[in-house]
Ligand binder design. Structure first.
Ligand code: PLP
Length: 454
């Protein structure tokens, strides 16, 4: 989307960006021709400024990760302090560092059930790849090396490394550059009005069961699901869904991996997404909110059973990232968690969830094109319907992206998912007035969109 630019520094940066910067998950032709949509400069709380100092509401916490909002000085200070102590320290060959050890212990106290140990990574995709490898390794250790397949769900998003992308069930992502590797299978979960060629299956339990039976439980290492599908459309599961997956995994002797990359660290109003349903996975992938985006960090939490098999292995675990257990990232994560606990962030999310729900109900009442509002914690979406058609707008209308553009013009950043869904995931420190402002902007944006439609 073209932006009006007045500042000469901005103009220069736009030209340099167009020439030299290949943006992830962006339309390269568009960016190369029209430049970046915005160049961020700084931020405070729920606001981010462009280079010209114009404030935007960060209604998505950037990529669902800046949970404590922008400009948290304590996080910056702890990073500086730790960097001045040591640039970096390796965790290979049994080397260690204090922030990583303390964070591992802290996570063990926070995670549900007996998820008491962690393997650190630098992000979500690395965490999911690690979880797949550890699952296979676990079964090899148990003498069942034929258990290698991974089951995920259609419409799930797990990242973009080869394995994570293979587990992803969103066709455009899954199929990019033939990146899908063997051994990954997609079951049909419950879905709400999915436009990706599948309406979902209310009998999700049977769908996953059938896939397990078809492939053979003795060939399946793990099932991975997001407690709430994020990039697939903010699809909140019905009561019983996660419990059913847990039960299936127990019945067929399959490991259950929860991808908590978005849900973890308070996004859904509980510390972890699975806590909403009292389900304990065998492995739990974390990233994003662990540092509120201030540093790159991820991890896989593992239960006692999986840990036992790993620590009883007498060889070298041939898996690790240079930045596994980076001291600066771990120090930031520890401070991030400390602030979350000290400032009652979970309580704020639970209170603000009600405000967001109220706001969306108002929008749905007022606008006949708004439907299917759903919110869990501060993870939310609504859909755009064409009342005359009695169904979603035709994809050619690009209704969701048009509304998101209208919001952007009014200085609110949201995200469209496909052609009719709009996601909202503001920083967890947001207050009532700020939610009301967001709703007001969405209201005006929908009105403008309707006017343009005629
Ligand atoms: N898993 C989920 C549920 C995600 O939403 C994402 C990213 O959005 C990932 C994994 C991939 O994480 P990363 O982009 O840090 O590799």
């Amino acid at each position: 989307k073209e932006v009006t630019v007045t500042n000469s520094k901005t103009k220069e940066l736009i030209e340099l960006d167009k020439m030299h910067y290949i943006h992830p998950t962006s339309a390269p032709k568009d960016v190369a021709e029209n430049g970046p949509g915005i160049i961020f400069s700084d931020g405070n709380g729920i606001y981010v400024n462009n280079l010209e100092g114009e404030p935007y509401i960060d209604g998505m916490s950037m990529l669902w990760n800046v949970n404590l909002g922008h400009g948290q000085e304590e996080l910056a200070e702890v990073a500086k302090e730790q960097m001045l102590k040591i640039a970096y320290s390796s965790s290979f060959k049994g080397f260690s560092n204090e922030p990583a050890i303390k964070l591992a212990e802290k996570l063990a106290t926070m995670a549900p059930g007996d998820l008491n140990a962690v393997f650190f990574t630098s992000g979500g995709s690395e965490s999911n790849d690690t979880a797949f490898k550890l699952s296979r390794f676990y079964w090899e250790q148990k003498g069942k090396s034929e258990k290698r397949k991974i089951i995920s769900t259609k419409n799930g998003y797990h990242g973009v490394t080869f394995a994570a992308q293979s587990a992803t069930g969103i066709p455009a992502t899954h199929e990019f550059a033939g990146s899908s590797v063997e051994g990954f299978y997609h079951a049909t979960p419950h879905l709400i009005n999915c436009e990706l060629g599948d309406k979902g299956d209310p009998n999700y339990e049977q769908s996953i069961r059938s896939l397990i039976e078809k492939e053979g439980a003795d060939t399946i290492a793990a099932v991975i699901i997001e407690p709430v599908q994020g990039a697939g459309g903010v699809n909140i599961p019905p009561e019983g869904y996660l419990q059913a997956v847990r039960k299936l995994c127990d019945e067929f002797d399959i490991l259950f991996i929860a991808d908590e990359v978005i849900c973890g660290f308070g996004r859904t109003g509980k510390m972890f997404g699975v806590d909403n349903w009292d389900v304990v996975p065998d492995l739990m992938c974390i990233a994003k909110g662990i540092t509120s985006g201030y540093a790159q960090l991820g991890g896989v939490m593992i239960n006692t059973n999986v840990r036992e098999e790993i620590v009883n292995f007498e060889g070298v675990l041939a898996h690790g990232f240079t930045y596994s257990g980076h001291p600066t990232a771990c120090a930031v994560a520890l401070k991030n968690i400390e602030i979350m606990e000290r400032d009652g962030i979970l309580e704020n999310v639970q209170n603000m969830e009600k405000e967001l729900e109220k706001g969306l109900a108002y929008l749905q009442d007022k606008h006949d094109i708004v439907r299917n509002c759903r919110t869990i914690g501060l993870l939310s979406a609504f859909e755009l319907y064409n009342p005359e058609r009695g169904e979603h707008f035709d994809p050619s209308v690009n209704a969701a992206s048009a509304v998101v553009d209208e919001c952007f013009d009014r200085k609110l950043i949201l995200r469209h998912i496909g052609s009719f869904r709009v996601a909202i995931a503001p920083p967890l420190i947001i207050n009532k007035q700020e939610i009301e402002r967001m709703i007001q902007v969405i209201d005006e944006s929908i009105t403008a969109f309707k006017k343009k439609l005629g």
